[in-house]
Design a protein around this ligand. Structure first.
Ligand SMILES: *[C@@H]1O[C@H](CO)[C@@H](O)[C@H](O)[C@H]1NC(C)=O
Ligand SMILES: *[C@@H]1O[C@H](CO)[C@@H](O)[C@H](O)[C@H]1NC(C)=O
Ligand SMILES: *[C@@H]1O[C@H](CO)[C@@H](O)[C@H](O)[C@H]1NC(C)=O
Ligand SMILES: *[C@@H]1O[C@H](CO)[C@@H](O)[C@H](O)[C@H]1NC(C)=O
Ligand SMILES: *[C@@H]1O[C@H](CO)[C@@H](O)[C@H](O)[C@H]1NC(C)=O
Ligand SMILES: *[C@@H]1O[C@H](CO)[C@@H](O)[C@H](O)[C@H]1NC(C)=O
Length: 459
């Protein structure tokens, strides 16, 4: 299939691009994070700032109290966004009660917290409900939204037995948007650190997708069946993260892009060769924040004195960049994910771009709560999660691919990119936190041969 794509038209459209959406001019560096002690203080401050919003959130959804009930190692998903930095699993049975901070509970800690293994908590809770006159009590029982459905069934049974008809049957409500809004909301202080984590993610790709790590004909994307386990790019990334004091929520998936290497949940198993178009999908985790980035690299045919990626590949990248702009232009708080998805697909059709969008919120989790824009298997409409409203003050991972027929290779390839965006309160728009990939990472084996013996791959 050959698309005669009007390249000049793309170039014209690019003039309207928001300035922040550019490929950073300086190479990304590995950023040093604060000491663990300092990180804990910073992360706890962010948590406290987010908790301040609880009464507003409860009032928004007309909920008087929000009850979280969990046992050690069977915790509610919400726990991970409420706990302190030096806490891990909740101890014993940990009960949290979020309230509107009015009447009898004004000035009480919010949430109130019990760590119980005697059953005393039930009498105290019942007595609080009596004096507080809670009419609508939210429990995390949602069937579809994971973040609003973290109440384990055994805990639900315990609550039903202990609080009985008066406090549960009559007043229990399911309001998954409480958890979605609380967990998804960002505070301004997070942004500089998130930017640093993006830079470290880029630096990891910059080194992993270079001749420092890749020797064409030897290095693999992941260990192959037919080669002794020499260093491969996926596990190089994992080992390097340890040295950078970050971890991950998503094992790196490194692929050689071919017409059929998609969706590639496990990467491909290839010996990397000259002329390959490489792809990586991964993110890092630190300070309660997660990144999720996809970039592409080109392995120069240095044996043929090649000095740059093929022109057809560059046009494919430009189409993917154009799609990123289309998504950022259409994303508006208050619209549903499906609305924005449809607007983007319509605009792509009008511009003659073929491709797919599958973008998602990111933050406390790699796949954070909130409206999604497509899934790989649901390209035009997503029930439930696509019907949620897009929330201000959240981060999004703009994840998509553009199809492009690369004439030099006689192949239609998917140009797959992903970058993380924050909500700018001034423009009321999302913009990329660090920038976006517009140029291929290049693997230059000539440089490698000059600087080190071919068979030594140093972490
Ligand atoms: C990782 O932590 C160690 C121990 O604190 C420190 O020596 C090292 O510099 C850190 N590395 C980076 C890249 O921040
Ligand atoms: C709760 O109310 C007290 C005063 O009664 C106030 O100092 C505190 O900031 C409030 N907390 C929240 C989370 O609104
Ligand atoms: C690459 O360049 C070298 C040095 O200029 C030259 O000898 C060689 O023939 C070139 N190879 C190809 C495939 O063009
Ligand atoms: C590849 O490395 C060689 C040796 O350092 C250098 O001369 C050449 O300019 C590099 N090519 C590119 C495209 O960077
Ligand atoms: C391009 O690929 C198609 C099949 O995908 C094949 O039929 C055609 O002959 C190829 N063209 C060239 C110039 O190799
Ligand atoms: C938000 O957008 C405004 C207007 O373009 C810009 O001046 C500001 O720097 C942006 N905020 C951040 C954090 O980049």
């Amino acid at each position: 299939m050959f698309h005669v794509f009007p390249f000049l038209q793309i170039a014209t459209v690019f003039l309207g691009v928001v300035h922040a959406q550019i490929h950073p001019s300086a190479p990304a560096r590995y950023v040093t994070l604060p000491s663990l002690r300092d990180q804990a203080a910073i992360v706890d401050n962010w948590r406290d700032e987010r908790l301040e919003n609880i009464p507003v959130l409860l009032n928004k959804y007309s909920v008087d109290a929000w009850l979280i009930c969990q046992r050690e190692n069977a915790e509610d998903t919400l726990w991970w966004s409420v706990k302190g930095a030096t806490e891990y699993a909740p101890h014993r049975r940990t009960v949290l009660l979020f309230h509107t901070n009015t009447s009898s509970l004004a000035g009480q800690p919010n949430p109130m917290r019990w760590v119980d293994n005697t059953g005393d908590v039930w009498a105290e809770l019942t007595s609080i409900f009596k004096t507080y006159k809670a009419r609508r009590i939210a429990l995390n029982t949602d069937k579809e939204v994971a973040f609003g459905g973290g109440l384990h069934v055994g805990e639900y049974e315990a609550l039903a037995e202990e609080l009985g008809e008066r406090w549960l049957d009559l007043r229990e409500v399911n309001e998954p948007m409480l958890a979605v809004e609380y967990i998804a909301a960002r505070v301004p202080g997070q942004l500089p650190y998130y930017r640093d984590l993006q830079e470290t993610t880029w630096a990891l790709i910059g080194e992993g997708f270079s001749e420092k790590v890749i020797a064409p004909g030897i290095t693999t994307t992941e260990v192959t069946d037919f080669l002794a386990p020499v260093m491969d790019v996926e596990w190089w990334l994992r080992e390097k993260m340890l040295l950078l004091n970050v971890t991950t929520w998503n094992h790196p998936r490194v692929s050689v892009i071919t017409p059929d290497s998609f969706p590639g949940w496990a990467g491909t198993k290839n010996v990397i060769q000259e002329g390959d178009l490489l792809h990586v999908d991964f993110g890092i985790t630190a300070m309660g924040l997660n990144t999720d980035v996809q970039h592409m690299a080109y392995v120069l045919r240095t044996s043929e004195n090649e000095t740059d990626a093929l022109p057809g590949l560059k046009v494919g990248m430009q189409k993917a960049n154009r799609m990123q702009n289309i998504v950022l232009e259409n994303m508006q708080a208050g619209k549903t994910g499906n609305q924005v998805l449809k607007e983007c697909l319509d605009q792509m059709a009008a511009e003659g771009i073929q491709g797919q969008i599958y973008s998602h919120p990111i933050g406390d989790w790699g796949h954070a709560p909130g409206a999604v824009l497509g899934f790989t298997n649901l390209p035009t409409f997503v029930p439930i999660l696509g019907e949620l409203p897009i929330l201000r003050n959240t981060y999004y991972s703009i994840e998509l691919y553009a199809y492009h027929f690369v004439e030099e290779r006689n192949e239609t390839l998917r140009f797959r990119v992903e970058e993380n965006a924050f909500w700018n309160a001034t423009t009321e728009k999302w913009q990329f936190v660090y920038g976006r990939q517009e140029q291929f990472h290049l693997v230059n084996a000539t440089r490698r041969a000059e600087t080190r013996p071919l068979f030594v791959v140093q972490p």
